[in-house]
Design a protein around this ligand. Structure first.
Ligand code: PNS
Length: 165
């Protein structure tokens, strides 16, 4: 009997990818046969990085992993999964606030498509306070963020903003 290939997706806006995201990606890539990184493509939502820039940064940070595929999606994530034979959503949780939010999303996604499971990984505690938005905020004040984002992201943030260490 053929073994089932387990395909999962880790989705987000990744504006930009952080060490916290990367930690979840590396760990999920060991659990699943194939891991897609779903980059939200919403032309109406302006972030610091364009869609193409966000994808390029993710590519550079994950090129050591051989079962990763970076894809774009818009609309409902469960619909993307249904169309592409993906049965698991991977999410990371950092704290109690995330637990509430992620449970609500998992329950809504279960309602929308009962065939798709959400697997929640606890963030490595050393990244528990990191978020893309907080990184952008502290960067405004020239903070040292070198432990919070991959090196290519740090260089790009410094180039874009003329700030940061
Ligand atoms: O970067 P984030 O905020 O962690 O990403 C959240 C994201 C993009 C995964 C979530 O908002 C999402 O799945 N959006 C697509 C639309 C959708 O399916 N909404 C229903 C979620 S219950």
């Amino acid at each position: 009997m053929n073994k089932k290939i387990r395909k999962a997706i880790f989705a987000g806006s990744f504006d930009p990818i952080t060490n916290g995201h990367l930690d979840i990606i590396c760990r999920a890539s060991k659990i699943f046969d194939e891991l897609r990184i779903g980059v939200l493509h919403n032309p109406n939502k302006k972030g610091m990085f364009t869609f193409e820039e966000r994808v390029e940064l993710i590519e550079k940070c994950t090129n050591h992993l051989d079962n990763i595929k970076i894809v774009s999606f818009n609309g409902l994530l469960v619909n993307y999964c249904e169309e592409h034979g993906i049965d698991t959503l991977v999410r990371g949780i950092r704290n109690g606030t995330d637990v509430e939010y992620e449970l609500q999303m998992a329950h809504m996604n279960k309602e929308l498509n009962p065939n798709i499971e959400t697997v929640i990984l606890a963030t490595n505690p050393k990244y528990s306070f990191i978020s893309s938005s907080l990184i952008k905020e502290v960067l405004n004040f020239d903070a040292d963020i070198k432990n919070l984002v991959p090196e290519v992201v740090l260089e790009e943030l410094k180039r874009k903003t003329n700030r940061g260490k």
